[in-house]
Design a protein around this ligand. Structure first.
Ligand code: HEM
Length: 443
């Protein structure tokens, strides 16, 4: 077994687990902050009860996010030592600020918010939960700006066989980081909104006595869900445009385009033959791709074959085409999930805001199932971003194969893969049982 493949599997599995909890901790922080603020302004007890109830889920997801995040970092030394050495100078500042934001701002104010309820004024309570939310978002921003460097490197020089930081602001304010950050943080709020909607639907199905409590929670989740999902879609459109300019191979793979295309045909369903570098079946609609990427009927999307030839001239012999089938279907799953969520939210908004919530039972079951949709979109979104970047670890600079730990034995890689997967599975079970218990318990 190839230790590189094992290391990549390990990173994919552990980050996917981690990203089940991160969106909930970022989004629930915001929702709880809104509930606390409503309580401060309107002085109605129900908003405080809402903040306390949803706050339990928030605390579970923060705890799981931190634990799974810390374990994640061990892999940089264990499996990706050459990568860590290569990017260390650039990654150092954003990751150090991230730890500062996460551990100081978030953890200090979580303590104030959690234990200060009886001792502190409501203003201080509201201030602390907003600081926690700010800390979580800042933390996400700095992690993503490091990741954005791997997509579109900026603010560095190549020296001593590694990248060295020369312009910190260029790394922090890399336009890629801003797009990714906006898209991801809004996706976190979408994820949380659907979690809240699912829990509310479950309580309605059980004819809960807390009708008012869950109706208000649902209304808030519809509002945050709609606003954030629209933001995710608009930013997603700009990211696709950016991809056409800066990572054309990723876009060509996400669209399964082998030869340069000028007619703007958007592929809806393709059966891809990667070894033969062609599509056996490709059902397309005209113009849609150009409209999505260029806001125009005109436009040229370079195909993977010519891009491969160009890259060989630039970087030497090799295969520079990422896994196409995985990238293509992940892209479609993310967009499909996004559109399904939008339809669900629109139906909900019309029903709930026009009259009392009387949702059919099947629709409530659909809402419970829909809790998974944003998670599917998140994981497939990250697959597009990370798998679509292959074979590069740092786009155009460092190959993934050159970033793994030198001399890492297959047995070591396999045992850490098994160990990490087991630890994360146990953690996921613990989190799931805590969350289910809290749902059943009710407010
Ligand atoms: C429906 C329209 C959507 C479009 C057009 C879209 C577009 C994109 C694009 C182009 C990327 C890859 C960026 C890159 O590698 O350069 C991406 C990544 C991602 N997407 Fe989406 N997306 C959509 C919906 C969603 C939804 C609904 C979610 C989750 C609720 C989501 C979550 C993510 C995540 C987590 C990533 C990886 C992080 C990142 O690169 O920002 N996306 N999306």
């Amino acid at each position: 077994m190839d230790p590189l493949v094992l290391s990549r599997w390990q990173f994919a599995i552990t980050t996917s687990y981690h990203f089940l909890f991160v969106p909930l901790s970022v989004g629930l922080g915001l929702l709880v902050a809104i509930m606390e603020t409503l309580y401060m302004n309107r002085r109605r007890e129900i908003y405080r009860r809402m903040a306390v109830y949803w706050g339990h889920f928030f605390l579970i997801s923060v705890a799981m996010g931190v634990v799974t995040g810390i374990v994640l970092e061990f892999q940089f030394g264990l499996n990706w030592a050459r990568f860590s050495r290569y990017v260390g100078d650039v990654f150092g500042p954003p990751l150090a600020i991230e730890s500062w934001a996460a551990f100081f701002l978030e953890s200090v104010f979580i303590g104030v918010w959690l234990y200060g309820r009886k001792a502190l004024s409501i203003r201080m309570q509201v201030f602390s939960i907003w600081m926690v939310t700010l800390g979580a978002m800042l933390s996400a921003f700095w992690i993503i700006s490091a990741n954005a460097f791997m997509q579109e490197p900026a603010g560095y020089v190549l020296r001593n066989n590694r990248v060295e930081l020369v312009n910190f602001l260029a790394v922090a304010l890399n336009h890629k980081a801003l797009y990714m950050c906006g898209h991801t943080i809004l996706a976190c709020i979408v994820t949380t909104s659907f979690f809240v909607l699912g829990v509310c639907a479950w309580h309605f199905l059980r004819n809960t006595a807390e009708q008012d409590f869950f109706r208000r929670s649902m209304k808030l989740a519809i509002l945050t869900g709609l606003v954030s999902l629209l933001g995710v879609i608009v930013l997603g459109h700009f990211m696709a445009r950016d991809m056409a300019q800066h990572q054309p191979m990723k876009l060509a793979a996400a669209e399964a385009i082998w030869e340069t295309r000028t007619d703007g045909r958007e592929s809806l369903f393709a059966v891809i033959d990667e070894p033969a570098r062609r599509n056996k079946v490709d059902i397309t609609v005209p113009w849609l791709l150009n409209v999505m990427v260029f806001d125009s009927l005109q436009g040229t999307i370079k195909g993977m074959k010519p891009l491969q030839e160009e890259q060989v001239v630039l970087s030497g012999p090799g295969n520079y085409i990422p896994p196409v089938t995985l990238t293509y279907w992940s892209f479609r799953l993310m967009i499909f999930s996004g559109i399904t969520m939008l339809l669900l939210l629109l139906v909900l908004a019309v029903t709930v805001f026009r009259r009392k919530i009387v949702l059919p039972r099947w629709f409530q079951w659909a809402l419970i199932a829909a809790v998974m949709l944003p998670h599917i979109a998140n994981i497939t979104g990250w697959i597009v971003t990370e798998v679509g970047r292959q074979p590069w670890a740092v786009y155009g600079l460092l190959l993934t194969s050159a970033g793994s730990t030198a001399g890492l034995a297959a047995a070591t890689a396999l045992s850490s893969l098994i160990l990490f997967t087991l630890i994360y599975t146990v953690l996921a079970f613990i989190a799931a049982s805590l969350i289910i218990r809290q749902i059943k318990k009710g407010p």
